[in-house]
Design a protein around this ligand. Structure first.
Ligand code: SF4
Length: 149
């Protein structure tokens, strides 16, 4: 699940309930509005490195770079490099921001939701209903990903 750079993420939170179930389309792993940042926490880099049989240092050198002090996968102007025919090649070890889509602070804005999230994600409006309290808890699991400080 790719996202805009930190500097372009709005902070409003006016969504108070969401029905969502991932449909496996992979559409959220493409660039959105010209950007495809997949930010990586230290824990994400360690988990992905282990999944790929690499040291964290090798994984970071091979797959990550830093912008504004934040690690992310290389080539944020392109679809995620781990996306293969709408499937995530590292699904079991996928980054935190991918695990918590669409419950990102920048998506909890009614206008962003209507114009940028709902049209690209076929999982919106399907499956489990998440209350505002559940959404807040999911958002808090991403405390070390950009946009959460
Ligand atoms: S790591 Fe997997 S889930 Fe995350 S953006 Fe890339 S392909 Fe999608």
């Amino acid at each position: 699940m790719t996202r805009k750079p930190k500097s372009r993420q709005p902070r409003n939170r006016d969504i108070d309930g969401i029905r969502f179930q991932c449909q496996g389309s992979g559409r959220c792993c493409l660039t959105r509005d010209g950007y495809g940042y997949v930010y990586l926490t230290l824990h994400d880099r360690r988990r992905l490195a282990a999944h790929l049989g690499l040291t964290t240092l090798k994984f970071t050198r091979r797959h990550a770079e830093k912008t504004d002090g934040w690690f992310h996968l290389k080539h944020p102007d392109q679809p995620c490099p781990f996306l293969a025919k709408s499937h995530c090649r590292v699904y079991r070890a996928r980054p935190t921001q991918c695990r918590t889509w669409p419950f990102w602070p920048e998506n909890m804005d009614a206008r962003v939701w209507r114009k940028e999230v709902a049209p690209v994600c076929p999982g919106i409006g399907k499956g489990k209903h998440y209350t505002a309290e559940e959404i807040q808890r999911l958002i808090e699991t991403e405390h070390d990903v950009p946009g959460y400080r």
